[in-house]
Design a protein around this ligand. Structure first.
Ligand SMILES: Nc1ncnc2c1ncn2[C@@H]1O[C@H](COP(=O)(O)OP(=O)(O)O)[C@@H](O)[C@H]1O
Ligand SMILES: [Mg+2]
Length: 256
């Protein structure tokens, strides 16, 4: 077997120094068919995201960060290896149970927002509740979720944008809606792939403050891809990725 890359959390008898893992992956490889060959992108990734921590993932463009995040967010299946979310081996579940696990446990913020164009800002933000609940259950708790989304969007400065469609909103506004959507069900895990990569600096900084404020207030574990060293300094751990492998962990345990 080839080197699976550094193991970031000690396995075996050693207790975890911080807290339990809410998300982890082991031996993750991903290749894509290109012509008659397969292009190997991830070469064996092991990592843990611990409850409530703020983890930055850095690395050059093309290193495989988005590929990894999509796998950790259960949006893509690894060619080999496993992903564990809230103690469940996600790819051993039925598609339906895996979709529920993802919806309840993981909020995902994409670089390009991915709001549904035909829905209003408020409707986009309550989408996870519509997906989670049966039609009947959603009808009876609709008001609670609309209130929750309205409160969040108001806190994010969008009180007078609730009925707008995504096409009527700026990039920064759309990303704030995407953050509200990601946090609607209060998931323990938040994954953000260059959430300000498509925004100008000033707008990006405001969006980041919202994201980081919510993260610390809720104690949600955040895994954030960024190219910004200053932002990485505000994270408890920084992982560096290169050519499909995690190269270094800023908080790797000192071998005893
Ligand atoms: N569906 C795909 N088919 C073929 N190659 C892909 C696919 N998705 C990503 N790649 C390749 O994988 C590499 C890593 O991409 P990505 O994970 O997006 O990197 P990063 O987010 O670190 O910039 C790139 O070389 C990209 O071209
Ligand atoms: Mg990327």
């Amino acid at each position: 077997m080839s080197d699976p890359g550094p193991t970031l959390a000690p396995s075996g008898s050693q207790p975890d120094p911080l807290s339990e893992a809410v998300l982890s992956c082991s031996g993750v490889r991903r290749s894509f068919p290109v012509g008659d060959r397969r292009l190997e992108i991830l070469h064996g990734i092991n990592l843990e995201l611990r409850a409530g921590e703020r983890l930055a993932l850095m690395g050059t463009s093309g290193a495989g960060k988005t590929t990894l995040l999509n796998i950790l967010g259960l949006l893509d299946r690894p060619t080999e290896g496993s992903v564990t979310v809230a103690g469940e081996d996600a790819w051993s579940l039925s598609p339906r149970r895996r979709a529920n696990l993802r919806n309840e446990q993981i909020g995902f913020v994409f670089q390009f927002y991915y709001l549904l164009p035909e829905l209003s800002a408020l409707e986009n933000a309550v989408l996870p509740a519509m997906i989670k609940l049966s039609r009947r259950a959603y009808r009876s708790s609709r008001k609670e979720f609309l209130d929750r989304a309205t409160t969040m969007l108001t806190r994010f400065g969008l009180a007078d944008r609730l009925r707008h469609r995504p096409s009527q909103l700026s990039g920064g506004e759309q990303q704030r809606i995407a953050i509200a959507r990601a946090l609607l069900l209060d998931p323990p895990i938040l994954i953000a792939d260059e959430p300000t990569g498509n925004l100008d600096r000033g707008t990006g900084e405001k969006v980041l403050e919202i994201l980081l404020d919510e993260q610390s207030e809720r104690g949600v574990a955040l895994m954030l891809v960024t190219h910004d060293e200053r932002l990485a300094k505000r994270c408890e751990r920084v992982l560096y990725m290169e050519d499909g492998l995690i190269q270094a962990d800023s908080s790797a345990p000192i071998p005893t």
